[in-house]
Design a protein around this ligand. Structure first.
Ligand code: GBH
Length: 458
C-alpha cells in the first residue's frame, strides 16, 4: 500500500469513533418541500455574484429524497458514526411559531435509519441555515434569536434526543459571525465588525443556554459545540509578526475557548475591538461556560500571520488543496495538544477534516490519491496528539459526499464519495475504499480479539 497505514491497534482504542460528516443545506436540496421555510442560505444564493458558479441549494445532492440509499452507503463504509445537521427552517419554518411535522418526521426517520444500521447519530442543530424570518429582525445580532434557538434545541431533543449519541449546538461560530457578518462572503452577507461580534456573542450565549435547557429537560444526548480552529503561526520571528499572530489567535481560538472554559473574553481582543466589542448582559458569561460533555474541532489547515497583511499560502512550500489551503497535518497535533494544555477540555473529536482535490474520473472509478494521503496523514496527526496525552474520542471525514461548498458552489469537491450531479449517481472514490478498508480491517481485528481462545468444543 502506497499510503501510510495508521497503527490503529496501538494508538486508537476499540471504542474510538470513526465517522463521516455532512450538513443539511449542503446535501438535502428539497429547499421548499413538505413545508420547509427559507433559510438565509436560500436567500444568499440569490444575491448576484455571491456563489462562484451561480448555483444554489435547491437540489444539491437530493439527499432529502435519497436518504435511505445514502445511509446504506454510510453503512457500507463501516463507520461507527454519522454527523449530520438539522435544517431549522425545515422543522420550524419561521424560526418561531408552528412546527412542521413533516420536517421533524424526516429527521426522526433518519435517526432511526442510522440506528437500524448500527450507526451512531451525531446531530448538529445549527450548521448555518438560519430561518429567513429571524434574519428579518437581525438574525444572530438580535437577542431574540438566542431564545428561539433554545426552543428549537428543546423541540429536537424532545422528539429524538433519546436516540442521539450527541447534540452539537453550533457548527463554527467564527465562520457564521466573521464570514457572515463581518466579511459578508457567507450568508447573511453583512459587512460590519460590530454586528459580527454581537452575533458571535449571541451564538455563544445560545449555546450555553441551550445546554442548560436540554439538561433541565433530561436530555439523554451528550452535549457540546464544534469550533473551526487552527494553530496561528507567525510568518517570521519579528516582533510585529509575533504580535499579529497573538492577536489572530485571540480572534480565532481564545475568543471562543476563553469564555467556554475560563468564563471571560480575552482582554487583548476586547481592547482591540474597542467600540465593536459585543454588549453583554449580567450572567451571559456564566451561561457560556456551562460544562460540555464533548467538544468538536474542525481542522483543515494552519494559519500564518504577518504584520504586512494576508499571507500567501503559495509561498509555504507545502502542497495546497483546490481551496488554496495548505496541507499541514502537523498543525492538527499542535492544535490538539495546545487545547489540552491550555484549557480543561472535555473529550475531543475531530468533527471535520478533509480536502478539496482534483478527482480523476476514469472507467467508473474515481482516483483521488491526494485526498487519501491528506486523510491518512491527519489521522496520524491525531494519533500523535493522543500519544502526547490528549483525550480524543473520534475522527470524522469531511465529507461523505461531494456537495454544495457554500460560496464555491459545486465546483469544489470534498467528498470521499463522488456525486455526478447530472444523474445524482454516487461512486466511492479511492479514498472511500481506503477509509472503508481500514475500518473493516479494524472491525475484523476486534471480532477476532473477542473470540475466546481457551475453550474446547464438547
Ligand atoms: C467547514 O468550514 C464547514 O463546516 C463545512 O460546511 C465546509 O463544507 C467545509 O469546512 C469545507 O469548507 O484561507 O488557509 O486561512 C471550514 C472553515 C474557515 C476553513 C476558514 C478554512 C480558512 C483557511 N474554514 N479557513 S485559510
Amino acid at each position: 500500500n502506497k499510503f501510510p497505514q495508521p497503527t490503529l491497534g496501538s494508538t486508537f482504542p476499540e471504542k474510538f469513533v470513526w465517522g463521516v460528516a455532512t450538513s443539511a443545506f449542503q446535501i438535502e436540496g428539497a429547499a421548499f418541500a413538505d413545508g420547509k421555510g427559507p433559510s438565509i442560505w436560500d436567500d444568499f444564493c440569490k444575491q448576484p455574484g455571491a456563489i462562484a458558479d451561480g448555483s444554489d441549494g435547491l437540489l444539491a445532492c437530493e439527499h432529502y429524497q435519497r436518504w435511505q440509499d445514502d445511509l446504506d452507503l454510510v453503512a457500507s463504509l463501516g463507520v461507527d458514526a454519522y454527523r449530520f445537521s438539522v435544517s431549522w427552517p425545515r422543522v420550524r419554518p419561521g424560526g418561531a411559531g408552528a412546527w412542521n411535522e413533516k420536517g421533524l418526521d424526516f429527521y426522526e426517520r433518519l435517526v432511526d435509519g442510522l440506528l437500524a444500521r448500527g450507526i451512531k447519530p451525531y446531530l448538529t442543530l445549527n450548521h448555518w441555515d438560519l430561518p429567513s424570518e429571524l434574519q428579518a429582525t437581525g438574525g444572530w445580532t438580535d437577542r431574540n434569536t438566542v431564545h428561539r434557538f433554545v426552543e428549537y434545541a428543546q423541540g429536537i431533543d424532545r422528539r429524538m434526543g433519546d436516540r442521539l449519541a450527541t447534540i452539537t449546538t453550533h457548527n463554527e461560530p467564527w465562520v457564521m459571525s466573521v464570514l457572515g457578518y463581518e466579511q459578508g462572503i457567507f450568508a447573511p452577507g453583512i459587512k460590519s465588525r460590530a454586528a459580527a461580534m454581537q452575533a458571535s456573542h449571541h451564538l455563544m450565549l445560545s449555546h450555553g443556554l441551550a445546554l442548560q435547557a436540554l439538561r433541565a429537560q433530561g436530555s439523554k444526548a451528550r452535549l457540546g459545540i464544534v469550533l473551526n480552529l487552527s494553530p496561528v503561526q507567525a510568518a517570521t520571528d519579528s516582533d510585529a509578526d509575533q504580535a499579529q499572530a497573538h492577536l489572530e489567535d485571540g480572534k480565532l481560538l481564545r475568543w471562543y475557548m476563553d469564555p467556554l472554559f475560563k468564563g471571560h473574553y480575552p482582554e487583548d481582543v476586547i481592547g482591540h475591538l474597542g467600540a465593536d466589542a459585543p454588549v453583554l448582559h449580567t450572567g451571559d458569561l456564566a451561561a457560556i461556560a456551562t460544562p460540555m460533555d464533548f467538544m468538536g474541532v474542525n481542522y483543515y489547515s494552519r494559519s500564518v500571520a504577518s504584520a504586512n497583511g494576508p499571507w500567501d499560502t503559495r509561498q509555504s512550500g507545502h502542497p495546497l488543496t483546490e481551496m488554496g489551503w495548505e496541507v499541514y497535518p502537523e498543525g492538527l497535533t499542535e492544535l490538539l495538544v495546545r487545547m489540552h494544555t491550555d484549557y480543561p477540555v472535555p473529550p475531543l473529536y475531530v468533527t471535520e477534516n478533509g480536502g478539496a482535490f482534483k478527482d480523476l474520473v476514469q472507467d467508473g472509478q474515481v482516483h483521488d490519491a491526494d485526498r487519501t494521503d491528506y486523510i491518512a496523514r491527519h489521522i496520524e496527526a491525531v494519533a500523535q496528539a493522543m500519544r502526547q496525552g490528549v483525550r480524543m474520542e473520534g475522527y470524522m471525514v469531511w465529507s461523505l459526499l461531494d456537495n454544495f461548498e457554500w460560496a464555491s458552489g459545486y465546483a469544489k469537491r470534498f467528498g470521499i464519495v463522488h456525486v455526478d450531479y447530472a444523474t445524482q449517481k454516487r461512486t466511492l472514490k479511492d479514498s472511500a475504499h481506503w477509509y472503508s478498508n481500514m475500518l473493516h480491517a479494524r472491525k475484523g481485528r476486534a471480532a477476532a480479539a473477542s473470540i475466546p481462545h481457551n475453550t474446547t468444543t464438547p
